[in-house]
Design a protein around this ligand. Structure first.
Ligand code: AP5
Length: 327
């Protein structure tokens, strides 16, 4: 009797989930469900076969249990291999025919691009490409690009277009950009935007979303001068708005540098050489005269979303998440 019941269940699972597998597409949950269901049906099928072959022998529950488990594992392995093959094929098809998702974080220094960017990275799994970080790495490594960029960056000026365009053109061909990427701090001039669009158009692509953070200039000095960074991860802290857990203040209410440590790794935080009130004046001037005209290029395409960045970090994040969805 139990064999008949088991056969029925095995056959039902088999039918139901083989049809599910044909429509499952690239859905990973569906793949896991199919593998599990196939495992159960495989196990039951294997157990009934084992029992049939014994015909008149005594029923041995341990043997049946072991056979069920063995069959289940075999069934799961085979189904998983089949489904992961289908997933790979689906992934190849996707990267061949669908355009990449290209998001631009736009805003003056201190408006929250570096603070909100990692949340988008977590949500979409796309890399955040910060030209500022790439240039700072080049400066720290003393490369020829770094040597050219160092003084300009420290004074708050813009590095030449050909250098940053070259950096980005190389970076977006990396494998981690195959599904898309998030641009942070690029483009910063109309020429950079034109070159970016040309690079993308050559592959039938275009910018999918420009997230523009708006914060009054008067608020930015406090944000920039109170910023501390974790170099390894790019995590951004602020003495007032987002202090690290380890922060201690001296008798003047200023943070004690030795106590400024990253919450996650405990490593020392650092301050950027251009995060001074003097350099900020120049950075803001450059932003308003050379960078904001870029928005006029993307507005008519309907891809610009304005984010009010002059609110608490969590409120801004909630808007950023809403802005990511196309609904
Ligand atoms: P880059 O590194 O790109 O700096 P930036 O554009 O000046 O932007 P920031 O990193 O200062 O601002 P952010 O918006 O990321 O602020 P954050 O989120 O950290 O560029 C540096 C330099 O490199 C340039 O000046 C230039 O020389 C060169 N360069 C780079 N790209 C270039 C290009 N394409 N062409 C030419 N030259 C280029 O926030 C700041 C602080 O505020 C943090 O402490 C944070 O905790 C706090 N904060 C954030 N959000 C909030 C909030 N909602 N409320 C309160 N506090 C907040």
């Amino acid at each position: 009797m139990w064999q008949q019941g088991a056969r029925r269940i095995a056959s039902r699972f088999g039918q139901r989930f083989s049809s599910a597998s044909s429509t499952a597409g690239s859905n990973r949950h569906a793949a896991a469900t199919v593998a599990t269901a196939s495992a159960v049906s495989g196990g039951l099928w294997f157990a009934t076969r084992q029992q049939d072959s014994k015909v008149a022998c005594d029923v041995d529950p341990v043997a049946i249990g072991a056979a069920t488990l063995g069959g289940a594992l075999l069934g799961a392995g085979a189904s998983w291999k089949l489904m992961s093959g289908k997933l790979e094929a689906e992934k190849d098809r996707h990267s061949k025919y669908w355009p990449r998702k290209i998001i631009m974080l736009f805003g003056a220094p201190g408006t929250g691009k570096g603070t909100q960017g990692p949340k988008i990275v977590d949500e979409l799994g796309l890399p955040q490409l910060s030209t500022g970080d790439m240039l700072r790495d080049a400066v720290a490594a003393g490369t020829p690009v770094g040597k050219k960029a160092k003084a300009v960056m420290e004074s708050g000026g813009l590095v030449s277009d050909d250098i940053v365009i070259g950096i980005i053109a190389d970076r977006i061909t990396n494998a981690d950009c195959s599904e898309g990427f998030i641009l942070d701090g690029f483009p910063r001039t109309v020429q950079q935007a034109e070159e970016l669009d040309k690079m993308l158009a050559a592959k039938g692509e275009c910018v999918s979303l420009v997230m523009a953070f708006e914060v009054p200039d008067a608020v930015l000095e406090e944000r920039i001068c109170g910023r501390w960074l974790h170099k390894g991860s790019g995590r951004s802290y602020h003495v007032k708005f987002a202090p690290p857990k380890s922060m201690k203040l001296d008798s003047d209410g200023k943070p004690v540098p030795a106590t400024m440590k990253d919450d996650e790794t405990g490593e020392a935080l650092m301050q950027r050489a251009d995060d001074t009130a003097e350099a900020l004046v120049k950075r803001l001037k450059g932003y308003h005269s050379q960078t904001t005209p870029i928005l006029d290029r993307y507005r008519p395409k309907g891809v610009v979303k304005i984010i009010d960045g002059n609110r608490g970090i969590k409120e801004v994040s909630a808007d950023v998440m809403k802005g990511l969805s196309s609904n």
